[in-house]
Design a protein. Structure first.
Length: 96
């Protein structure tokens, strides 16, 4: 399984960007995107930014990753999945 990280662009030269997530920085390729600006949130897979994220989506992904870490450490993880608590699972529209 491959997980994408929501990272924020700190600096870019058009071909690569220095990005940050969870107080860690790494240089990633941005060649699949059309000149993302400094401050943009991007979804990074295997050191490649694959798409732009809006602030809400970046936060939800970061919360989910923190929740997984909490669950793996046997800590309460409900607060990370507040948008799912008390809801019945729903199939995506194309599977209904």
């Amino acid at each position: 399984m491959c997980l994408g990280l929501p990272m924020t662009i700190i600096e870019t030269d058009g071909m690569s960007a220095l990005c940050e997530y969870a107080n860690k920085q790494r240089r990633v390729s941005v060649m699949l995107l059309s000149e993302p600006p400094v401050g943009a949130n991007v979804l990074v897979h295997i050191d490649t930014a694959v798409r732009l994220l809006d602030d809400d989506e970046a936060r939800l992904i970061a919360d989910a990753l923190e929740g997984l870490n909490a669950a793996l450490d046997d800590h309460d993880c409900d607060r990370f999945f507040a948008d799912l608590i008390g809801q019945e699972p729903q199939l995506p529209e194309h599977l209904r």
